[in-house]
Every structure is written in C-alpha cells, then in structure tokens.
Design a protein around this ligand. Sequence first.
Ligand code: IFM
Length: 449
Amino acid sequence: MTTLEKKLKLFPPTFQWGVASSAYQVEGAVTEDGKGPSIWDIFSHTPGKTSQGENGDIACDHYHRYSEDLSLMKNLGVTHYRFSVSWPRIFPDGRQRMNVKGLGFYGRMVDTLLSHNITPIITLYHWDLPLALQEQGGWQNRDTAHAFADYAETMVSALGDRVKQWITHNEPWCTAYLGHFSGEHAPGIKNAQAAVDAAHYVLLSHALSTMAMRATRSDAKIGITLNLSPVYPKDHSQENQKAAGLQDVFNNRWFLDPLFKGEYPDELPTIFGVNPPDIAGDMEIIRQPLDFLGINYYSAQVIAAPVRDQAPWPVVHITSKDRVTAMGWPVIPEGLSKLLVDLSTHYQDIPPFIITENGAAYEDVVEDGKIHDTERILYLSDHIAAVADAMAQDVNIQGYYLWSFMDNFEWALGYSKRFGIVHVNYSTQERTLKDSFLWYRHLIKKALS
Ligand code: IFM
C-alpha cells in the first residue's frame, strides 16, 4: 500500500472527489446559439496577445461533445464536476436580454451529470466578461457588480433546484492583476489604479451576488475561489522576512483580508502605489459569511528582498534542485498543507475549504496511443497526501478537484501547456486517457470503498 493509500481513511465518505474546467478553455462554439462576444474572444484575436495567436474558438469543442466528455467523466468515477458558465451565453449584452438557448446548454449539462451520479458545482465567473460590459468600463465600473448579481440570480433561479454549490468568482487576483495591471490577460489593461479598482468591484460583485442568490434560494451553498500561494522567506534575515510579508499581501491577503476581516491590508498602497476605492459601507457588504472557500493551489514561493533599484516587489527564488512543472512552477506539496493550516489558524471566521483546483502541466508524449505521465501522477499523489496531512491537523476540507479533466486552452499560453488527465488531439478532437486518469480512477475507488 502506498503512503497516500494509507492516508485515504482520513477522507470522509462525503468528500467531493472532482475534476474542474472552465467555459472559455473547453467549450468553443463562441458565436453559436446566440452567445455574445466576451473580452477573451477579442483579446485572443488581438495579434501578440496569446502564444502563436491561438484562441478558444474551437478549444475542445466541448459545447458539441459534452455528452461524450461527461460519459468519460462517469468512467472516471468522480463524485463532482466543477465547470463555469459563460456569462455572455446567458446575457449576450451583459444584462437584460436573456438567451434561452445558452441557458438550455447548461441545463442539459446539469441533467446529464445528474444522470451519471455526478454532482455539478458551478463557477459563475471564470474570466469571460461580456464585451458589452467591458465597453462600459468592465470591472472598473461599479455597475458591473450589479449586472453580475442579476446574472447570478438568473442562474440560481434556473438551475438552483438541481445545483446546490455555487462559486461566484474564480481567482479574482487574475482578473485584477493579470487583466488590469500586467495586461497578460483580457482586457489587457496595464494600470495600477485600474487593478486595485477592479479587485474592489469584483469583491463587491461577489458579495452582492451572494446576497441575491441566497434571497432566491436559501439552500444555495455559496463560496468564492482564490488562487493562493504561501510564501517562505529565503532566510531569517529581517529584510527577507519583510519582503516575504509583502509578497503574502500581494499573493493572498489582497483578497483574503477583505473577505474574512472586512478590510484591505495596510501594505496594499505600498505595493501598488495607489489606494483602493474608499466607499462607505462596501467593506461590510464584502465580508459576507460564506459556506466554503475554494482554494486553487499550484505552488509556493520562496522570497528574497528586491535588489537595489528593482521594482517594488520581491524576487522569487527557485533553486535548481526544485522540481518544476512545464509552467516553470516549483513542485511544493508541503506548501498546500502549510497554507491550509495557516489559513484556518489566522482567519477566525473562515469557512470550510474546498480545493477547487490542483494539478500540473507536463510535456506529455503520446506513445502507441498511451500517455505515461508519471510526473503528473507523482505531483497529484503528493498534493492529495498534503490535503490529508492538513485534515490530520483538524482542518475542515470538503473536496478536491483536479485541474483539469482534459487538456485545454491555457489562456495567454494557448494550447502549449497540457494540464488534463485526458489528452486532447486538437486536430481530430480525439480524447485519450492518460495514465493519470487511470490512477485517479483507482484512487477514488479506493477512497470510496
Ligand atoms: O488554467 C488555469 C485556470 O483557468 C485557472 N487556474 C489555473 C489554471 C492553470 O494555469
């Protein structure tokens, strides 16, 4: 018996063993059945924004092949599937005019999942903002938060009889920082004030939508998903500890503190050189009680103070002995247990956790129709063991969702990075099970037996 198998008894029978995906990364069919354009449709078609100019026009063609894909998922034996809804499929102009066909697609998805005994969990925003709303200021416009609450209410009214768990936002850090500061993601803005404002209105939209969904269905379980990355100082020197503290604000506390303490960290203006909007009453709204916190974990960071004359943030050190994934991210499973234990100790009102994403990209090789992705299996095994280690320290963790079910469009990196446990041949759309699929299937079976 492997070390991980010995730890499986720590997972309760109600534990959610899942896989995750998002709409723009897998669906394709970007102009079909009345869908409106999103900021990613425009961004990915703008020269120079994505690797080799790739886009999500077809992606995994999941919109047309969802039935085949969900049969594979049944074969995998997962208890849960986390997917996102494309807002512009439901409201092509962002608000008001509802597209019945778009809603119909997600209704069919949900019904098919339930017929396979797989419980759906829906993310409402995984980065594909309706273009019409971007044209009115997008996440820099407070009004977008209200439009989001209306969209959330529509979704819960339509599917809330069958879908009980809802995630408002996926990784608001990426929306704010990558979308509005570094410009690597849509809408491609590069401005500190824009980033800090966008973060604020995304947080507000999370809270307003939570209230609207609860008013519509009191049985809805609602959370938000943050991408969190613990920070280790390179050594115990005062300057490196200070640098690590700043990086922790940047990576984690920028969103954790408003959600669970009702305030922004004092250091935020030091990092960005600007202040968040100071609007009376917002922070009390943002601090809504939640049913769970979704955590996406991929790696941790070792931090040293910036060298003189360098930009405000600290430098990430990866030593050559570290294992890294194809994304260049160091493999640090113990960072996950540290993160979970630290969060549950530092935030008094924090709800139970769900690991809503964890996984790794590697350079997969197809040999005689097989993919022997041993590095991915090791990565997954070590991280699931880290979840067990945190549970052994009394951390309440309700689920683990592997990212990702199948290879897909990795945003600015196009199709160059494969995170799936199902291989996708993008020329033929053929699906091939990787060894990691067979491994995860075996693990879930053992855990549930
Ligand atoms: O593919 C992304 C996903 O959309 C959000 N979390 C991280 C994944 C891997 O980069």
